[in-house]
Design a protein around this ligand. Structure first.
Ligand code: ZN
Length: 878
């Protein structure tokens, strides 16, 4: 096993910085390979720091030219410098000015952290620790400074120059072909929120007036010629700003708000103050190039980054252990926004699907960690589903427990108290504890304890007494570093449903006015009175807590919920639970009678008959079976992905056959009208149409093929076109190959569309796919240095293609290991993300398990691994 010797950083070791930086003046002379940065830092000792400490500034691959203290250039013996740090042993005990000149090479920066070039443009990425790749600094989020940035570049090379805050001055550099711009950000901020951009960019803009009448110029900068593809993003920005005013009372606080789209970016987007930088796939959209899902993601991410202006920027994090303070809360806010703009139940189901697929998976494997981790080796490895998605669920549970009004009051108090500070999770919870006078210390355990709690429920009806009793028991399995678990405070939103859907006047004094029972002991039970007939319990309505539930009800009773529950989430959940039972049983060779499958198909058919037209988006979710990865997770051990694939394919076929009439009707009646709109209602119709096509093709491949080909040829938007191509990828043969070739040709100059094409092919569940993927790595549009391309092709192969990544001969694992090692030399963050695909290795059957272990060990053995990859590989093997 690899012994990782990189130091561990621990929450308990936190201490305030010994020095502070009140003011930063940056002078950046952009050059492709020799960019000069002069940083003038107004510093002072921190009254809360140690009095005898040396001044140690962080660096990363920096090249120091000169350093001056209070204007006097320091001699070599007065400081110590390396690419990683700059130390001044005898720093003054009163305020002083430090001037540092560094030289950096943006063209050579393939890690995409710090200052780098993307398609010839200059841009920066500083979260979490990228600012130290620009200049030496106290690069930690609790050091807040006011920044003024002067950016200079050759005018032809970079006609657009952008910085944080407001523009204050611009002009020509006398006697040269260079120009400059000065930006000033009056809001003190940590260095991770710094950004600058220089390049040749097109612009789309709009003015906005805030609630209190402040004029703001909104602008989105994109590759010239693609301005019209930014209109949806700009509209989403405006709607986000209005929503935050209306729902949280939060206004924007600068004269401009700029967004720049870049094509090389490690993550989705970044909330730099007044200058958000986005992965271009989350900005650019047109009906011809983007799917409904792309539009929904753009809306959510635009909102997310904008909402950070208050949750992240105005109130930032004391240290990186508090990452969920900004990320979990901001995900919660963007989810609420999307729910208000779209369909709340449909959006909730989508959120829970991703939570289960990504966070539950993480929480059950070697990379499990608390929402607020207590230690890390590499912070970049903690931008996880747990911090983001489970972090959002905690905020949602808090709101469920205390109610909407107190939640809003608590948020107001949080903003008021913490504005302009670097805060902690405790500060956040205290605001709500004070407002409600509740003790939230037990609830706070959600931040500390990792693992997904399991809740077992048993129901018992007493017809004589007309009572219904529910017994709850909870437990959380051990996770790395946490062998023993305590009981959690779990809000259970619940109700009782009668077999014929008639209303029931049952009461229970343990259930509050909002229908919530707080289950906070290892075991507890509640009794409903006035229950006049045998009910079906509807538990965890709206998915009121991130737990796994088991309830021993027969399929027929669960399906009562699909028909009669008032809670849409649980209607969907009922169908999923029954499908999952059948699929898991089939995949593990257990007996499943035809009658059971027929009963489920019949329930789906009657649901389609009665409900599908009312809410097509919801219906599409109901008729879509759990994914192969979901089934693997449910089985949990000795997994054979081939058996899962066979079981799921067979079940799709059976449902397709028995519901064929409905499915054909949906596919026909919801056909493309030629007028595309990305709104949720239109998107919902397309999703039911395409889910229907998928099942039809499973039932009758030749009918499916001809329907898909026709749809592919006539589609007027990318959603329908891609959906039909996706159906064709499940049908081997010349028609598929021809369709793929034509699609690739048609979009050869559209990298974001080719990403979808890479993904579809990487996900084909056939033996030839590994060779196909290797071949596509030679495609002219593919680049191992571009994160979007790598994730679309290699990431999709590893994460979406259960049968081929987990090939029995281990070739899928060896392939991924080789790509991880290659990528690690260029971009460690990207490599580490790809590597997380191995986190399911222990749940595989033994042959696959040993191949995966061997592949992981082959990585662990390599000398000079990045800290990012070293950390993931060693935790994966622990
Ligand atoms: Zn965020």
């Amino acid at each position: 096993m690899r012994i990782d010797t990189t130091p561990i950083i621990r929450l308990e070791d936190y201490r305030p910085s010994d020095f502070l930086i009140d003011n930063v003046e940056l002078d950046v002379k952009l050059h492709p390979t020799e960019t000069r940065v002069i940083a003038t830092l107004a510093m002072r000792p921190n009254p809360e720091g140690r009095t005898d400490a040396p001044l140690v500034l962080d660096g990363d691959e920096l090249n120091l030219r000169t350093v001056a203290l209070n204007g006097r250039t320091l001699a070599a013996e007065e400081f110590e410098a390396s690419p990683q740090s700059l130390t001044i042993a005898q720093a003054p005990r009163q305020p002083f000015t430090l001037t540092i000149e560094t030289e950096i090479n943006p063209t050579a920066n393939t890690k995409l952290m710090g200052l780098y070039r993307s398609s010839g443009n200059y841009c920066t990425q500083c979260e979490a620790e990228g600012f130290r790749r620009i200049t030496y600094f106290l690069d930690r989020p609790d050091v807040l400074s006011v920044y003024t940035t002067r950016i200079e570049a050759e005018r032809d090379d970079a006609p657009v120059l952008l910085g944080n805050g407001n523009p204050v001055e611009s002009g020509t550099v006398q006697g040269s072909d260079r120009h400059y711009a000065v930006w000033h950000d009056p809001h003190p901020k940590p260095s991770y929120l710094f950004a600058l951009v220089g390049g040749r960019l097109g612009r789309l803009s709009k003015s906005f007036t805030t609630l209190s009448g402040r004029a703001v110029e909104l602008a989105i900068y994109v590759e010239p010629g693609k301005e019209d593809r930014a209109d949806y993003a700009l509209d989403a920005l405006e709607r986000s700003m209005r929503w935050d005013e209306r729902v949280f009372g939060r206004e924007y606080d600068l004269d401009v708000f700029n967004i720049v789209a870049v094509s090389d970016f490690n993550m989705g987007a970044m909330e730099n103050k007044g200058l958000n930088i986005f992965n271009d796939k989350y900005v650019l959209a047109s009906p011809e190039t983007a799917t409904d899902m792309d539009y929904a993601h753009i809306e959510a991410i635009i909102a997310h980054e904008y909402f950070h202006n208050w949750t992240g920027n105005r109130v930032t994090c004391r240290d990186w252990f508090q990452l969920c303070l900004k990320e979990g809360l901001t995900v919660f806010r963007d989810q609420e926004f999307s729910s208000d703009e779209r369909s709340r139940p449909v959006h909730r189901i989508a959120e829970v699907k991703t939570l289960r697929a990504r966070q539950f998976l993480e929480d059950s494997g070697p990379l499990a960690h608390p929402v607020r981790p207590s230690q890390y080796r590499e912070i970049n490895n903690f931008y996880t589903a747990t911090v983001y998605e489970k972090g959002a669920e905690i905020v949602r549970m808090l709101k469920t427990i205390i109610g909407d009004e107190d939640f809003r009051r608590g948020m107001d108090v949080y903003f008021e108290r913490c504005d302009g500070t670097a805060a902690t999770v405790e500060d956040f919870l205290n605001a709500f504890a004070d407002v409600t006078r509740r003790d939230l210390s037990h609830f706070a355990r959600w931040y500390e304890q990792s693992g997904t709690p399991r809740v077992k429920v048993k129901g018992q009806y007493d017809s004589g007494a007309q009572t219904y009793r529910l017994d709850f028991a909870q437990s959380t399995p051990p996770t790395p570093g946490q062998p023993k678990k305590d009981a959690m405070a779990i809000p259970v939103a619940l109700g009782l449903v009668t077999h014929d859907g008639s209303p029931l006047n049952a009461t229970c004094d343990r259930v509050d006015a909002r229908g919530v029972f707080l289950f906070d002991k290892p075991e507890d039970g509640i009794t409903f009175m006035g229950v006049t007939s045998l009910p079906v319990p509807s538990l965890f309505r709206g998915f009121s807590a991130p737990v796994k539930v088991s309830l021993g009800l027969p399929d027929e009773e669960l399906l009562v919920l699909l028909r009669h529950d008032t809670d849409a989430f649980n209607r969907w959940q009922a169908a999923q639970t029954v499908a999952m039972r059948l699929l898991a049983a089939r995949s593990t060779g257990a007996e499943v009678s035809h009658a059971q499958i027929d009963a489920f198909s019949a329930a789906l058919a009657s649901f389609m008959e009665s409900d599908a037209q009312k809410d097509p988006a919801f219906a599409a979710l109901v008729i879509t079976l759990p994914s192969e990865a979901d089934i693997a997770q449910e089985i949990g051990q000795n997994v054979n992905p081939d058996a899962i694939h066979r079981a799921r394919t067979e079940m799709r076929r059976r449902i397709g056959l028995s519901c064929a009439n409905h499915l054909r009707r949906f596919h026909e009646s919801l056909a493309d009208t030629g007028r595309y709109s990305p709104d949720a209602t239109s998107a919902g119709r397309r999703s039911l149409r395409n889910a229907s096509l998928d099942l039809l093709a499973a039932a009758d491949p030749s009918e499916g093929e001809s329907l898909a080909v026709r749809q592919l040829e006539s589609a007027s938007n990318m959603t329908d076109r891609l959906a039909s191509l996706s159906v064709l990828t499940t049908l081997p043969g010349a028609v598929r190959e021809e369709a793929l070739a034509r699609f690739g040709e048609r979009y050869r100059n559209e990298p974001l569309v080719l990403d979808k094409w890479f993904t579809l092919q990487a996900a084909i569940p056939e033996d030839g796919t590994l060779e196909r993927v290797k071949g596509l790595m030679q495609h002219p549009a593919f680049s191992i240095a571009n994160p979007n391309r790598v994730r679309a092709l290699i990431g999709s192969f590893a994460m979406l293609n259960q049968v081929q990544f987990n090939r029995e001969d281990g070739a899928g694992y060896r392939f991924l290991a080789s790509v991880v090692l290659r990528t690690d030399e260029l971009n460690p963050q990207l490599a580490a993300r790809l590597l997380t695909a191995f986190s399911t290795w222990r749940m595989m059957e033994s042959t696959r398990r040993s191949h995966a272990e061997e592949a992981l060990r082959s990585i662990a053995q390599k000398p000079n691994l990045s800290r990012d990859v070293g950390d993931i590989v060693s935790r994966s093997l622990e």
